[in-house]
Design a protein around this ligand. Sequence first.
Ligand code: GRF
Length: 219
Amino acid sequence: MATLQLGILVSGTGSNLQAILDATAAGQLDARVRVVVSNKPEALALSRAERAGVPCAVLPHKTFPDRRSFDLALVETLRRHGVELVVLAGFMRVLSADFLDAFPRRVLNIHPALLPSFPGVDAQGQALEHGVRITGCTVHFVDSGTDTGPIVAQTAVTVLHDDTRDSLAARILVQEHRTLVRALQWIAEGRVEVVQGPQGGRPRVTVHGVEAGLLPEAP
Ligand code: GRF
């Protein structure tokens, strides 16, 4: 089993990045974070990477003339560091085909809802607004749509009657961390295959050798 060479794109707090760093340090995830790239110079995630001795790059998107030149700079940075799988861990920019074509089926995202419910921004607020009793998080490969790519792993989170957006987001975040690490370890173990759906339907993920259904909520 070869060690997964990861590049992590961040914009903010970086708690998902921290979960990956902790899991690799603890020997629970057979991966190495080669570089962390932020589009925000002030992102707290950068100090987490520095503390772990991981190289960082800051590419402020506003300093690029257009989306294409920003995306190509991202690709160049990730390639220069030997990245084979890219994780969007709270990265608040939409990636174009210029980027996705450089890492086909090698870009993973964590989303704070049970997709295909509540894609896009403020998934936790959407869940409260709809009054759902169960929401959760999803790890999926990124395609050209908004949170539409093949699903790798999901964890359910119960919505409590007195939940606020923040209390719900905090409980989902705990589950994001373990779901993301678990999905990455499945990929590291070579268990994850993207297959075509029946009758030319949308691509979906098969996870070989483990029960990869909805993961139960756990502390
Ligand atoms: C997470 O809720 C993630 O699902 C969303 O942005 C948040 C990032 O959190 N896309 P963090 O920066 O990993 O702490």
